[in-house]
Write a protein that binds this ligand. Structure first.
Ligand code: AMP
Length: 173
């Protein structure tokens, strides 16, 4: 998506994994929080986002992948963007069934070796954390009329097409 629409792609999970690998202070703090599939603190994640916003302030647009994951993050993010005269354009909610997620993540675990993908117990906890802490973010953006649900049961190509048609529609408006 980033390539097709010339957007910057920021995955908070990827940033955190890199910081853990590099053994930075932020990485050390995040490692324990991330281990069992729980969320890293809002404070650390917002530090990452503030840094990314400064570094990419000239971007045409940005895909935030895996962020915001709590309502507190969404509220703080809206404030940060408002200070830059920016705002969220759309929130894409990719929605596969739980079992599809479990199968996909276990498969990715075999290919990429991510620790939190290799245990079904951790994956189930991530889904539970999503339902408890992240699903309310959808309601937060729904109040702003900014949520589009994407059928997550289809393959990569179909998902790509669904998202493309949302973005194409927005660009032509
Ligand atoms: P992901 O790569 O998006 O699947 O994220 C992997 C893990 O990184 C999550 O299970 C969390 O522990 C942590 N993480 C990533 N993004 C966030 C976020 N926005 N808020 C809190 N924790 C996060």
């Amino acid at each position: 998506m980033a390539e097709k629409y010339h957007l910057v792609h920021i995955s908070t999970g990827e940033v955190i994994r890199n910081q853990i690998k590099q053994g930075t202070e932020l990485g050390k703090k995040a490692a324990g929080q991330m281990e069992g599939g729980g969320l890293v603190s809002d404070e650390l994640v917002l530090e990452i986002i503030a840094d990314c916003l400064v570094r990419n302030k000239d971007a045409r647009g940005t895909i935030f992948d895996g962020f915001p994951r709590t309502v507190a993050q969404a509220e703080a993010f809206d404030k940060m963007l408002a200070e830059m005269n920016e705002s969220v354009s759309v929130t894409l909610s990719l929605e596969p069934k739980d079992q599809t997620l479990i199968d996909r993540l276990l498969n990715r675990g075999k290919i990429e070796g991510r620790a939190d993908d290799m245990s079904e117990e951790i994956i189930r906890n991530r889904i539970k954390v999503y339902k408890e802490q992240t699903a309310p973010v959808k309601d937060f953006y729904r109040k702003q009329n900014k949520v589009v649900e994407i059928d997550g049961e289809k393959g990569i190509e179909n998902t790509f097409q669904q998202i493309s048609s949302v973005l194409d529609r927005m660009i032509s408006q």
